[in-house]
Design a protein around this ligand. Structure first.
Ligand SMILES: [Cu+2]
Length: 124
């Protein structure tokens, strides 16, 4: 005896997840690398991307300087703590311990912040 069953697949749209990225500068959030470090490019005079996301705790920043002058990466809310500095052509890595929150980061070389080397770090 045969019993035929009709299986209906009902597409459920209810599972659509809405992910709210940190609002602000509209830059793309950096995808953390598999080792958890942030990969950030520093040029003359920009960070690429301009906004970053990281997990709370020890945050590792790999700063690649593709520009022609020195650049660094400083966290304003942590007492302007210098995380990493890179001369032209260098990629250097630094770490900083951060709680969850929104941080302003910038390049502390004179004039660079005003020229646009500023970004946002979202720690969650
Ligand atoms: Cu700079």
């Amino acid at each position: 005896m045969n019993r035929t069953r009709t299986t209906r697949l009902v597409a459920m749209a209810a599972t659509a997840a809405v992910v709210l990225a940190g609002c602000g500068n509209g830059g793309d959030a950096a995808e953390p690398a598999t080792d958890g470090s942030l990969q950030i490019e520093a040029g003359d005079m920009y960070f690429e991307p301009e906004s970053f996301a990281a997990d709370a705790g020890e945050v590792t920043v790999a700063l690649e300087n593709v520009g022609g002058v020195e650049h660094d990466f400083v966290v304003e809310e942590e007492g302007d703590d210098l995380v990493v500095h890179a001369d032209p052509g260098e990629t250097n890595t630094g770490t900083i311990d951060l709680d969850a929150g929104t941080y302003t980061v910038y390049c502390s070389i004179p004039g660079h912040r005003d020229a646009g080397m500023e970004g946002t770090l979202e720690v969650s």
